[in-house]
Design a protein around this ligand. Sequence first.
Ligand code: SAM
Ligand code: SF4
Length: 325
Amino acid sequence: MDFLKDRFERRLNYVRISITDRCNYRCVYCMPEEGLQWIPHDRIMTYEEIVFLAQVLKGVGVEKIRFTGGEPLVRKGFFPFLDTFSTSVPGVRTVLTTNGSLIPQFIDEISRSGLSGVNVSLDTLDENLFRFITRGGRLQDVIEGVRLLSERTEIPIKINTVLMKGINDSEIKALLDFARSHRAVLRLIEFMPLDDSVWNKDLFIPTSDIMQRLPDPDRWEKLDNSSDHSAGPARYFRNSSTGQRLGLIEAVSHHFCDSCNRLRVSASGIMRPCLFSEEGVFLRPALLSGDAAEVKALILRAVSCKPGSYKQARSGAMHMSRIGG
Ligand code: SAM
Ligand code: SF4
């Protein structure tokens, strides 16, 4: 089996695939209030193309695929697609990132899905603030979604919280308690300046500031997660008295480029080697023609332009929902 390696000897074995750019929320840090112009359906990869792409990716050593969006659960046919995926691409682990709002509707399908992880985005436990941040979402749906995941499945759960100064940074204790009581790991994410229409520097707060404000600040010990492939870009801490784990994703203040093992594919079929770069390779024509050798060649081309760090990236950042956040 081949292994994908870039010019900097980083092994790339993890791919995030956005299966739709559409979303039922408009989070303030992700999309403008009026939403985005959705990509027409015929310019989105079909499920068959995604399966084919994953088969080629498996052949070059990819071990894990995250389905993300937009909101993956708004795309019709997602769970039948997952069934096909697991029989057609055996051995590749699948994980999901979701805003959680539709979990109650799909809990039976999720419990049978074979997913090896679900990340739920949840930024606040205050109903009004939740409605403000998501521009109209109902907190109860997500809380119920996390409860069902924790009680009706054994799938590992992570809760992703984008930290915003003066907005939700006072809720860390409440979010830690919520995560703990739902066997979930809380991960605090720095607000990333991805697009001018949503970026607000006044809301940025480095996760290092947060550490000092955690409950029992002296009890959080740093864990060495260098060999833990499910750790992703997070730095993990463990509370020495409760055993609870907490992850920090410091995309802005501590770039994790040295250990980056990922590629991203947008819903329209563009492979992007770096979140902070405008470089991208359009896979769709090769996917449509079913030419595996050409798809592999294009993947290698995308890998060859992966920058060593965000500092070398030719800036062209765009909305998370388009890139496959
Ligand atoms: N809709 C799903 C959700 O919200 O989980 C999946 C897609 S969303 C784009 C994936 C992740 O990107 C979410 O955890 C979201 O919080 C994060 N995200 C979006 N914009 C961000 C930004 N500007 N900075 C940091 N994280 C962001
Ligand atoms: Fe939708 Fe997720 Fe973006 Fe929020 S973060 S608008 S839920 S894609």
